[in-house]
Design a protein around this ligand. Structure first.
Ligand code: ATP
Length: 506
């Protein structure tokens, strides 16, 4: 996707999300707050459906996974044991000139050479080197006319040197992406939000908002084991808010400071960990495909040896090609017995599992699929956004914007319209609308304006099915159903509407 098209697409999506009530900036009436977002009436339903789909597929439809809901603030010793207090850091750099702050591993200095001569150098904020070069070209296009002229000449192939602000070669300086002045050396910045519990604000009352839901699961491993009849292998799942004081929240909701996670810790015998890792890696990838993410925009990227945390034996990311670049939706990791061992050491509590059959006692290995609801929602929104044409009441094609969300995720499942506001049509339509609601299906009743306009409003909200009551309904009790994506209209019996929707949103 060309850079400008991608930017334009993001702008259109952000504007639709605001206009239709998917996503608003947090505390907007006070100018917002960087890194925090609110979900409006449509957005909250989308998010709820993502969470429900995950819970249904990962917990309710399985015998080997149970759920918990642990507190956001935990005993601070948890974060000592997990290593977060010491090492949950991002490298931070400041601009000496404009004082802007950046995550050092996301700021690149790009130098462009043409025939050994440094033509220009610039700072760019990006996720990887490839993106950084694209960003540099974009900047150069507007600033360096001379570069453009030279680069058009095929003999003068530009060469790129790219380095991250926290991995500077000797003697070079990192440049600010905003003002071009020099950046400071990188220093560590702990991303946990700190607060105080109780009336005293001193070190003895310091506590943290959890940066991941996983530790609440590890701390409850014994409780779950002792209160259920689960035997290894089994998993514990949790959905909940997490908080990270990200240095530079960006790309809309992608990197926020408050977000919701969907995490499973799946406990297994150490010798079976590789097998279960493969299983969850595939399972989680397919889950996104099943909910409508096109597999050519999704990929599973295995981490290189040097990328792995010291306690991880293997890790893979489910990545999605967002308009702003390819980025992580979820990580699946083999975390070995690291977390349970740490908690056993720090708390003195027994975290071993005893196998009745083999009489073996051991600390289980854990496979962790860890995703984010907000990132999933953003990927589903990006995937759904579509501009095409649909015929108006006179059959003339008109441009429309349509959110082709998977029916299972669509905030509103069905809309019901009387063709006109008379002849008993509203009464019949209202009855269908109420039947849908009684069946737990979000339905929207609309009798205002031209029917074409009503369809279009539902297209933007991602409503998969619109039912229209017309003159024929009054004679044969049939209604038309219009499919959002194919635009095909068929007639079905009015008393079949609920079943029709139920079957199609599975
Ligand atoms: P990144 O490298 O993008 O910061 P991470 O590897 O630190 O992510 P994890 O610690 O593996 O992320 O967190 C698991 C999941 O939680 C991520 O895959 C993502 O979906 C979600 N997540 C993490 N940080 C954020 C954030 N700042 N905003 C939104 N979602 C997040």
């Amino acid at each position: 996707m060309a850079e400008s098209n991608a930017n334009e697409l993001m702008e259109k999506l952000v504007s639709l999300c605001k206009r239709r009530g998917f996503i608003f900036p947090s505390s907007e009436i006070y100018g917002g707050i960087n890194g925090f977002w609110d979900y409006g009436p449509l957005g909250v339903e989308l998010k709820r459906h993502i969470k429900n789909a995950w819970w249904e597929d990962m917990v309710l439809r399985r015998d080997d996974v149970v759920g918990i809901d642990s507190s956001i603030i935990m005993n601070p010793k948890v974060w000592e044991a997990s290593g977060h207090l010491v090492s949950f850091n991002d490298p931070l750099v400041d601009c000496r000139g404009c004082k802007a702050r950046f995550r050092a591993d996301k700021v690149f200095t790009v130098v462009c050479f043409v025939q050994q001569e440094a033509l220009f150098s610039t700072g760019v904020e990006a996720d990887n080197e490839e993106q950084a070069i694209l960003g540099a070209v974009e900047k150069a296009n507007s600033k360096t006319r001379r570069f453009l002229v030279k680069a058009r000449d095929p003999k003068l192939q530009p060469k790129w040197e790219v380095f991250r602000a926290d991995k500077l070669p000797k003697g070079s300086e990192a440049l600010c992406p905003l003002c071009g002045q020099g950046l400071t050396d990188a220093r560590k910045f702990n991303m946990m939000f700190k607060t105080f519990v109780g009336a005293m604000e001193d070190s003895s009352s310091a506590a943290y908002l959890r940066p991941e839901t996983a530790q609440g699961i590890f701390c409850n491993f014994r409780n779950v084991l002792d209160t259920t009849r689960l035997k290894i292998p089994f998993g514990i799942a949790q959905i909940g808010k997490s908080f990270r004081n990200e240095i530079n929240p960006r790309n809309y909701t992608f990197r926020s400071r408050e977000f919701e996670q969907i995490e499973i810790e799946f406990f297994c015998h150490p010798t079976e960990a590789d097998k279960w890792y493969e299983y969850w890696r595939d399972q989680r990838f397919q889950w996104y495909v099943g909910l409508g993410l096109r597999s050519d925009r999704l990929r599973l990227r295995d981490h290189q040896e040097e990328e792995l945390a010291h306690y991880c034996k293997a890790c893979a990311d489910v990545e999605y090609a967002f308009p702003f670049g390819i980025a992580e939706l979820e990580g699946i990791a083999n975390r070995t017995d690291f977390d349970l061992t740490q908690h056993q050491k720090s708390s003195g509590r027994d975290m071993t599992y005893f196998d009745d059959e083999s009489k073996e006692r051991y600390i289980p290995y854990v496979i962790e699929p860890s995703g984010g609801v907000d990132r999933a929602a953003l990927a589903f929104l990006c995937e759904a956004y579509c501009e095409d044409t649909a015929p108006d009441e006179h059959g003339n094609p008109q441009p429309r914007t349509v959110m082709k969300l998977h029916p299972r995720l669509a905030p509103i499942k069905a809309a019901v319209f009387p063709l006109v506001k008379k002849d008993g049509m509203p009464e019949v339509a209202l009855k269908i609308h109420q039947a849908l609601r009684a069946a737990g299906l979000a339905s929207f009743y609309d009798e205002k304006g031209a029917v074409g306009r009503r369809y279009r409003r539902q297209d933007e909200a991602g409503t998969p099915f619109c039912f229209t009551v017309d003159g024929q309904t009054l004679q044969d009790q049939s209604v038309t159903v219009r499919d959002r994506d194919s635009l095909v209209q068929v007639r079905i019996a009015a008393n079949q509407v609920v079943e029709y929707v139920q079957q199609r949103i599975r």
